[in-house]
Design a protein around this ligand. Sequence first.
Ligand code: G3H
Ligand code: 13P
Ligand code: ZN
Length: 323
Amino acid sequence: MVHYEELGLVNTRDLFKKAMRGGYAIPAFNFNNMEQLQAIVAASVETKSPVILQVSKGARQYANQTLLQYMAKGAVEVAREMGYAIPIALHLDHGDSFDLAKSCIETGFSSVMIDGSHLPYEENIKLTKRVVEFSHKYNVTVEAELGVLAGVEDDVSSQQSHYTKPEEVEDFVKRTGVDSLAISIGTSHGAFKFKVKRGETPPPLRFDILEEVERRIPGFPIVLHGASSIPQNIVDEINKYGGKLDDTAGISEDQLRRAAKSAVCKINIDSDGRLAMTAAIRKVFYEKPDEFDPRKYLGPARDALRELYKQKIINVLGSDGKA
Ligand code: G3H
Ligand code: 13P
Ligand code: ZN
C-alpha cells in the first residue's frame, strides 16, 4: 500500500471547500503520458492554480500503474522545483468497480470516482456506499454520479442523456456518504457532443436543474463532466493539416464560467486537450514531412496544451491565484 500523502498529494476535500467559498472550480485534466502531465503541471504552476490529475481506467491500463505513481510524485516535485508547490490530487475518472477503486487507492490515488450512473438507483447507492466506506478509511475522497451524460467514455457509450433528477440527490448523498456528486445538465462526453451544423448553437445547459440540486443539498460539491468546448479554430486547424473531423460543437466557455461560480467545484476537460495536441502534431507533420524526432512534434504539442490549460484555468475555472 502506498498512501497518497507519501507522494505529496492531497485529497479533494479542502480544494472543494475553498472553491465553493471562492466561486471558482478546480480543473480536472485527464492525462496518460508525460507531455500531457508536463503541460498540466506547467500551466497550473504558472497560473498558481490547484489541480486534479485525472486518470481513466483506460489511461491507467495504457500508462501502467507503477509508472503513473511515480509520475504523480514527480508532478508534485516538479511543481516545487518550478517555485510554487500547488496542491495536486490524483483522481480515478469513471471507476467502474469496487476492485478498481480499491486498487487505485492502494497505489496512491487521493480521490476516486465510482460511476454507477448506468445502474438502477438502489444499485448505484449500494456500490457507491461500499466504495465510500473503503475510501474513507484512508481519507480518500469519493465522487459519484446521478444522471447519465450522452457520449463515449471508455467502453461505455450512451446515445441518450438522462438529466439528473433533483429529487434524488438528497437521499443519495445521505445514504452513500459520498464527498461530491457529478450531475447531468446537458454536458456530454467526447468531441462530438451535439449534432449541429457549423454556426448552429447547441442547446444551453439546464441551469434550472443545477439550481434545484443546490437548493436541496446546499454547500455540497457538484462536478461537471463532458465540459470541453471543442474550439472551432482547433478543429479547423486539424482539418487544414490533413485531418477529417466533422462539424461539431461543445459547451460554451461562458456557460462553464457561470457554472464554476456556483456549487460546481470540479470541471472535467479531456477532449479539448486531445484536439489541441492533435492539431499541433498535424501541423508539424504537414509542414515538415521529413521530421521524425518525436521531440520535434511532441514538444509543440506540449506547448499548445500548456497554453490551452492556462486559458481554461483563467477564463473557465477561475482557479488562477487560488493555490
Ligand atoms: O470521460 C472520459 C474521459 O475523457 C476519459 O476518456 O476513457 O478514453 O480515457 P478515456
Ligand atoms: P470531455 O470529453 O468533454 O473533455 O469530458 C471529459 C470528462 O468528462 C472526463 O471525465
Ligand atoms: Zn467524464
